[in-house]
Design a protein around this ligand. Sequence first.
Ligand code: V47
Length: 394
Amino acid sequence: MAQTMQTLPENGHKDSSFAPNRHAFHADDLKLQPVADKVLGGERLGFEDGLALYRSGDILAIGWLANYVRERLHGNVAYFNVNRHINPTNVCVAACRLCAFGRRKDTPGSYTMALEEAWETAASGYSEAVTEFHIVGGLHPDLPFQYFLDLVAGLKERFPQVHIKAFTMVEVAFLAKRAKLTIEETLRQLKQAGVDSLPGGGAEIFADRVRHIICDHKIDGDQWLDTARIAHKIGLRSNATMLYGHVENEEDRVDHLLRLRALQDETGGFQTFIPLAFHPDNTPLEHLPRTTGLLDIKQIAVSRLLLDNFSHIKAYWQMLTPKIAQISLRFGADDLDGTVIEEKIYHDAGATTPQGMRREELIRLIREAGREPIERDTMYRPVTRSENTFTVAV
Ligand code: V47
């Protein structure tokens, strides 16, 4: 039986004067016609549709469909934010093969910030007031749970207006185990300390076969999804990611997206989906080639089409490069992420992008893509700036 697509509320910030003057859908690859019929008829796509999209080289037809959905949800608007990354430690017991960031304790290059240092880091960088701290780090074998509660509480005290998006499902599950608390209790204490939402990292690819190769000591796919389910239940929204372009195949990618879609049907707690292209440099998988531009753009488009119940698809410029991220704004993405300031995880893995970008540059990228830039906070509320302060429309 045909499943009807989940209807997302159309976005409140949509530019009502935007009138797309689109040409009719055309596919050179005739296998895409049944997929197009479903998209245009508001019918939910299935596993085989996902495979047909991944297996097609007809990027303009795939992009047309993704752009159709993206403009139906967001009109001509494209979002960005002014955020800062804080990585309190790179010490990690997981030793994932996908990662160039983590270090064993007491090995060269390992670091752990004292709390004062983390709070000072939060205040450094560009002078513009940030609206979000994005905090992720390694699975440190000795740091007590209290360190993380104090870190967050100290940030909230110093920067009460800044949204704290902190700790992946993997970190939460690790902290719970170390503190001998349930996942729910761990999340409740983090929320109480000041965590406002969770980032989407650590999801990688849910399929066990792939996880065993790229991150065998991490929680498995079901545990990642269960942790997200509990976070959503207690009122913490989160993002979701997928790491692609390593040893996974097309079935694994479709499976990953459909498992996220099923959880979103259940909880509605995901804000944004971010596909992450694998960067092999300095990892044990550095013999693998980097993703191509075509796969990066196709991944954005397929995500937009399969994740019909996710409001936002983010083209994370740090990982895609600003050039590909900009083009993605016409292939399904509605968000570029933000100024970032001091990205570490990709730069340890050989990323050549700058470690941050100014607000004006993000605006220029969006305008040149023919989109209307809107600065948002983490909850996608428009931000209005004056000098170095900001207000959020609620
Ligand atoms: O979970 C690690 C990935 C993630 C590599 O929620 C790598 O708004 C590529 O999740 N090559 C962390 N990827 C980043 C992340 C994120 C980024 C931006 C925004 C948000 C959000 C979340 O980075 C990890 C892992 O999947 N990663 N190493 C690597 N060598």
